[in-house]
Design a protein around this ligand. Structure first.
Ligand SMILES: *[C@@H]1O[C@H](CO)[C@@H](O)[C@H](O)[C@H]1NC(C)=O
Ligand SMILES: *[C@@H]1O[C@H](CO)[C@@H](O)[C@H](O)[C@H]1NC(C)=O
Length: 483
């Protein structure tokens, strides 16, 4: 611990305006303390990006809270937060592991006559196994514990031990293993890392029923429950047409050709998918194992990284983002649920009651967050992302590595402001994405009167009924009507 502290001190210049918080340094495994600095490819990993890439100071101190960005003046106090959080760092899925093994075996087969790097890859130990199938890794637990400490530190009046013990916090999760485990790690981070309950307080904590995560896939995996989305997008072979086109396009072909030559693996044996999985292996080695100089990373230069990042973003765009309306409309239940929570707090505050649930934490996936953010109009580019627009989209807003890395989080903060001049000014909202203020798309301001927020999104609150939006039969009839 003292070592970790001195590490931080040595790196103090950047941290001068920040606040050092001296709660328990969450660092059980020792080596997870010292997280590798970012290699040049690390910002191109899309949805497989480490959280530290978006808040680099966490590489030095994983529980540092950036308070410089002012929230609201002292006359405004946070009443309630409602959050949607992506699970922490995870293992590759079974399907990804299968492709990793395929790529590895091609290198074994042909790589002998290839470059020195091919030789290194041949000797690389293939340690990924099927059982890992997308589960949360140790580092992913750490992601959640540290996030819990930082959020609690940012909102100390909401995250009190009393509120926790009296079940005034709610923890909802997707049923997936990695999400349930993320929720548990977050709760444990609060209990032991922030509140400082002794590690063996298990028995006494059993009286706190709400410390068990509640599974709700209707909210956190709405995409599985939306028939229209499943049929028209998820299971539709032609819906990812731009993605497929990019895989065959000039930018990808160039990368494939280069790697083929490097490894001596014939081009016909390779595909965009296999190249992508080699790139992901580089990302997994960094995110899971903290290995910054894996031979897998040496296969790619920065330009390749940009192409592979675009490949990942194209998929997110068409499957989870602006590509099809149903991608985002399917999340309006979740949006309405969030607003209902905030409404309840406003009503309680107006009646001078205690806020019944000041802390609402909901754990899901990148696939939960992206549609919700797009539904709200965030990170929307003027032009759609297409197979042909790699070069013109170089400055795009829709960059999944920046938006939904592992452990990404969207937090709505409802404030009560004492010295409000008008009743409307009494309740105000801010949004934080990955612990940074997120400006509202309609005003570009980082704070919004609660009433204005509801007006601004009135169409989603009043005219988006998931049951109808996701009704496939209705969708078919609607298009027949149009004919
Ligand atoms: C999930 O949450 C929604 C919205 O609060 C609720 O209507 C639904 O009953 C919940 N489902 C389960 C299985 O708890
Ligand atoms: C599949 O996607 C294509 C392209 O968006 C669309 O034209 C087609 O209607 C979709 N098919 C189904 C069954 O929804």
């Amino acid at each position: 611990m003292s070592f970790a502290f001195s590490t931080y001190r040595r790196c103090a210049p950047k941290a001068v305006q920040m606040l050092l918080i001296s709660v328990t340094w969450f660092c059980s495994g020792g080596h997870t303390c010292l997280i590798s600095q970012s290699p040049s490819l690390a910002s191109y990993f899309g949805t497989k990006t480490r959280y530290e890439e978006v808040n680099q100071f966490l590489l030095e101190n994983p529980i540092l809270v950036n308070r410089k960005q002012d929230l609201l003046p002292d006359t405004c106090t946070p009443l309630k937060i409602v959050s949607v959080i992506r699970h922490g760092t995870r293992y590759p899925t079974k399907n990804q592991i299968k492709k990793m093994k395929k790529m590895y075996s091609l290198i074994q087969k042909y790589g002998g006559d290839g470059s020195e790097l091919a030789g290194k890859l041949q000797k690389w130990n293939m340690w990924y196994e099927d059982w890992m199938d997308g589960q949360l890794v140790k580092k992913g637990e750490q992601d959640m514990k540290n996030l819990a400490i930082r959020l609690a530190t940012l909102f100390p009046s909401l995250f009190t031990a009393d509120k926790f013990k009296n079940c005034k916090m709610s923890f909802l999760t997707s049923s997936k293993h990695r999400c349930v485990d993320s929720t548990k790690a977050f709760i444990s981070g609060l209990e032991h890392g922030y509140f400082g309950f002794p590690p063996n307080s298990g028995a006494e904590m059993e009286d706190v029923p709400c410390r068990e995560p509640v599974i709700n896939d209707t909210l956190m995996r709405f995409f599985d429950h939306c028939e229209k989305f499943v049929v028209q997008v998820e299971d539709n072979d032609t819906a990812m047409h731009e993605l497929d086109k990019f895989k065959q396009g000039p930018e990808m072909t160039k990368v494939i050709r280069k790697i083929s030559a490097h490894l001596n693996v014939p081009e016909r044996e390779l595909s965009a998918d296999l190249i992508q999985v080699a790139f992901f292996t580089c990302s997994f080695e960094l995110a899971i194992n903290n290995v910054a100089d894996s031979p897998w990373c040496k296969l790619f230069d920065e330009e390749d990284g940009k192409v592979l990042e675009y490949l990942n973003d194209l998929k997110q765009y068409w499957k989870r983002g602006y590509g099809f309306d149903i991608n985002t409309r399917s999340s309006c239940n979740l949006f309405q649920h969030i607003i209902k929570h905030l409404d309840a707090a406003v009503a309680e505050s107006k009646r001078s009651q205690q806020i019944s649930t000041p802390v609402v934490m909901q754990f899901g996936h990148a696939e939960t967050l992206l549609p919700l953010l797009a539904l709200m109009g965030l990170f929307k580019d003027e032009e759609p992302l297409t197979a042909d627009s790699f070069s013109s989209q170089g400055d795009r807003k829709f960059r999944s590595g920046q938006i939904v890395p592992y452990a990404s989080n969207l937090v709505f903060v409802l404030y009560h402001c004492e010295l409000a001049k008008t009743p409307q000014e009494e309740f105000q909202v801010q949004m934080l994405l990955n612990e940074n203020l997120l400006p509202f798309p309609h005003s570009h301001e980082s704070v919004c009167l609660y009433e204005d927020l509801k007006k601004q999104y009135g169409h989603l609150l009043n005219y988006c009924h998931v049951k109808e939006e996701c009704d496939l039969f209705k969708a078919m009839h609607a298009s027949e009507d149009e004919l």
